[in-house]
Design a protein around this ligand. Structure first.
Ligand code: PLP
Length: 395
């Protein structure tokens, strides 16, 4: 699956810097007449030269659902960035969670799911996973090596996400992997916040790293796509289930994400810098009880973030001190530049008022209302001016 040669400097690939790898990874222009970008292949049928190739299934490509030069360019790029044995591409970030789960879930098994997971992940676990006979148990994102006390002989899946959705708890991933692997459980990590550039889960013991490519890899809020990159232990079973279920990714979306990844490092650096400026500004406001962002020095997850991550992205939250949800709504409604909308990772700033009431362990804050912000590519001064409008609307 992995591209053996990339660009014209494959010898030094391992030592190349991030921007170089993004510029040259995933696809070799010599494979397609020298065109600098991969072709967008729209296809169901692939024609074979003779029955020997057809019946021997020896052709590189067999059928539209099995991949194409377009999906390979993106998949190989992601496998390189994640240090993975292979990558599957699926039509949404949510499918990048549900397909690996279906690949490893068995009736009678026990699954450990982090309580601060992405909401629709929880919905999938509480409905589909339970219905097929998996016992679902949620755990504290701060549990670290203590997860050993929850591991059972039949624990088959441990699903993690760091930092946590909406509340941004950092997890001790190596400690969790070590405990999970004592019973050979498959550890999955939703790595969407960090992208493959800021955290490389497989290097820390994770078996499958999951991305909503919808977010930073796309970067333009114009598509949904997902990926799961797996180590050698888990890739074959993941790929077989992916093929069995027929949930493949469309060529135009694969192409757009491949294109987006070329500039992802540059965009991320801008998101990171602007988000930290806004976060520090919010920390200085009397109306704010706390800012939840692991790259801030006084964040409870800061040490773990510093140990494992290479940077931060543009999504974080803050708590509007002693304010009700109604008052937080006034803050949101007072904004003009920040959009009220789901998703993140695009060029535009967004704000949401997450509902944390279904959580059982990572409880909602008791010191006010939590607001989540995605800092886009706009000028920080304009964003701060808008947030001031929000505070004025609450006052
Ligand atoms: C958005 C998101 C997803 C799902 O991605 P979609 O492409 O919208 O289905 C999964 N995990 C996290 C952490 C997300 O933020």
């Amino acid at each position: 699956m992995k591209n053996q040669q990339t660009g014209n400097s494959s010898k030094q690939k391992g030592s190349q810097g991030t921007n170089t790898r993004l510029a040259h990874g995933g696809y070799n222009p010599r494979d397609y007449h020298g065109f600098i970008n991969p072709p967008v292949v729209h296809a169901s049928t692939v024609l074979f030269p003779d029955t020997e190739v057809m019946l021997g299934r020896s052709a590189k490509y067999l059928y539209g659902t099995h991949g194409s030069p377009t999906s390979d360019a993106l998949g190989d790029m992601l496998s390189e960035l994640e240090n993975a044995a292979g990558t599957i591409l699926v039509p949404s970030g949510l499918a990048a969670i549900s397909i690996p789960m279906m690949a490893f879930a068995k009736a009678g098994d026990h699954a450990l799911i982090v309580d601060s997971c992405y909401d629709p992940t929880r919905y999938f676990c509480d409905t589909v996973l339970k219905r097929i006979g998996v016992e679902v148990e949620y755990f504290d994102p701060l549990i670290g090596g203590g997860i050993a006390s929850l591991i059972r002989p039949n624990t088959g899946i441990v699903l993690t996400e760091t930092p946590g959705s909406n509340t941004f708890e950092m997890m001790d991933i190596p400690a969790i992997c070590e405990a999970a692997h004592t019973v050979d459980a498959v550890v999955m990590l939703d790595n969407t916040w960090a992208t493959p550039l800021l955290f490389k889960p497989l290097d820390y013991g994770v078996d499958i790293s999951i991305h909503a490519l919808t977010k930073y890899p796309s970067g333009h809020s114009d598509l949904v796509l997902g990926s799961a990159s797996a180590n050698a232990r888990t890739f074959d079973q993941l790929r077989d289930t992916h093929l069995a279920m027929g949930i493949c990714a469309a060529p135009d979306d694969c192409y757009l994400v491949y294109r987006g990844i070329k500039t992802m490092n540059l965009r991320l650096k801008h998101h990171e810098k602007s988000a930290l400026e806004v976060a520090r500004w919010l920390q200085g406001r009397d109306e704010v009880a706390r800012v939840l962002h692991p790259a801030l020095e006084d964040d409870p997850g800061h040490e773990l973030w510093k140990r494992d991550f290479k940077g931060s992205s543009g999504l974080f939250a803050f708590v509007l001190k002693d304010k009700s949800r109604e008052e937080a709504r006034a803050f949101l409604d007072g904004l003009q530049l920040f959009g009220l909308g789901y998703s993140w990772g695009g060029f535009e700033s967004l704000v949401t008022l997450p509902d944390l009431t279904h959580r059982t362990i990572a409880a909602p804050p008791d010191d006010g209302s939590l607001i989540r912000v995605q800092i886009g590519l706009e000028e920080v001064e304009d964003l701060i001016e808008d947030l001031e409008r929000g505070f004025a609307a609450v006052a």
